[in-house]
Ligand binder design. Structure first.
Ligand code: COA
Length: 383
């Protein structure tokens, strides 16, 4: 018995020995006292469960450390074997066969380690360490990872809806009311965008730590977008601002609309990946998933490319504006460069993603897709 239970026992003894025997006649008080006694018995069991839980947690931590050290050791040995084999040349046919088989085994081992790591804690990385400190944000099973990803997509959906409504109000409202005198209304939208993109960068880092394969550019894109919105927020209410204001409003509106389409695509992918993980679910196959994905992409891509062209157009207009003698704000040329960077990064990454998707080896990705969200849950939740 630990000190806490001993304390409780001594309190009970004191109560039993020192309290006089009371005459209780009121039925409500009687029932309450009886309930309390029952509750007291349950507390003993609860204490035992809690002790067991604490013990298991300690054991789990020890096992986690052991597994992590084991994986690191295995990786180190694999690296050494690979290095040792590198300079070896002029092998006989049998030796070559043996080396090839060994390399295949090593590749399989590496993929097994990645599976093991899915259930082990991960390091936060510099950015999360700075923002969150040493708190552990590892999600230790695929179901939690799936739910977090779902939550991330929902967050984007909610914010995109709000941004769409706000920008619609500001852009269309401009034709009815003269918004040029109420710059603060624009500032609300720009501030919201700063907060939104900033939050996305944090959520995306958490996803990456937990095994998401988001391309580095999309995360960088959100950092650059944060800077873009912050610079627009502090852009003084001037001639150049008023020249660009309506165009930028339409741009924000259009991007929010594209984000809604992206949500539909990502939701579809996520839902099908989860179905693929249900071992006995025959409704979705990898081929079926890929065919749906390409259909979804062919629907989404024209809208995405339009958004990228809009970014290029923004860059051109801002660049021209920066040469206007009435334009004295540093924000104008800086924003022109930022919009150009966004255009180049988005365009090149999207083309790269498409190239990868068309050249990916179906054999390699089959296992990956099937096991990405494999966990025991019979019915997939629809977002
Ligand atoms: N933001 C966040 N995550 C993204 C992402 C984005 N823009 N694009 C892809 N991902 C994620 C996917 O959800 C997936 O995550 P997971 O590993 O956790 O399952 C991972 O990155 C790999 O995705 P991938 O297979 O490379 O691409 P995809 O098929 O999911 O999406 C596109 C491809 C082109 C549709 C997508 O990248 C996209 O919508 N890009 C446009 C981004 C954008 O907003 N541009 C600005 C508009 S102005």
């Amino acid at each position: 018995m630990d000190t806490k239970s001993e304390d409780l026992a001594s309190v009970k003894n004191v109560e039993n020995t020192e309290q006089p025997i009371l005459q209780i006649k009121n039925p409500v008080v009687k029932v309450a006292l009886q309930d309390w006694e029952d509750l007291d018995k349950d507390l003993v069991q609860l204490e035992l469960d809690n002790d067991q839980y604490k013990k298991k947690l300690e054991e789990m931590k020890v096992l986690q450390k052991k597994c992590l050290a084991g994986i690191a050791h295995q990786r180190y040995r694999l690296k050494k074997i690979t290095e040792a084999l590198k300079p070896v040349k002029h092998l006989s046919e049998d030796e070559e066969k043996a080396v090839n088989a060994l390399q295949m085994h090593m590749l399989k081992k590496k993929s097994t380690f990645r599976d093991y790591e899915d259930n082990l804690p991960h390091r936060n990385g510099l950015y999360l360490n700075i923002i969150l400190g040493q708190v552990n944000i590892s999600l230790l099973n695929k179901e939690d990872k799936y739910l977090y990803k779902q939550d991330y997509e929902r967050f984007k959906l909610t914010l995109s809806n709000i941004i769409l409504i706000l920008s619609l109000l500001l852009v269309l409202g401009n034709y009815i009311v003269d918004f040029s005198n109420i710059r603060w209304a624009d500032s609300i939208l720009h501030f919201l965008l700063v907060w939104y993109y900033c939050t996305l960068t944090i959520r995306e880092q958490i996803l990456i730590v937990n095994g998401s394969r988001i391309k580095g550019w999309w995360v960088l894109h959100h950092f650059v977008s944060t800077a873009c919105s912050a610079i627009t927020l502090i852009w003084p209410d001037s001639y150049s601002y008023m020249q660009f204001r309506t165009q930028y409003g339409w741009f924000i509106l259009y991007v929010a609309f594209v984000q809604l389409l992206q949500y539909q695509y990502q939701k579809g992918c996520l839902y099908r990946l989860k179905c693929l993980g249900q071992r006995h679910d025959m409704d979705v196959t990898v081929e079926g998933f890929m065919s749906w994905m390409f259909k979804g992409l062919s629907y989404l891509l024209p809208f995405l490319f339009m958004a990228y062209l809009f970014q290029l157009y923004n860059a051109v207009i801002l660049y021209q504006l920066s040469y206007d003698p009435r334009c004295t704000e540093w924000q104008v040329p800086v924003l022109a460069i930022i919009h150009l960077i966004l255009f180049l990064g988005n365009m090149s990454t999207t083309l790269l993603v498409l190239k990868q998707k068309f050249t990916e080896d179906i054999k390699n990705i089959k296992k990956f897709y099937k096991t990405k969200y494999r966990f025991n849950n019979s019915k997939p939740k629809i977002m």
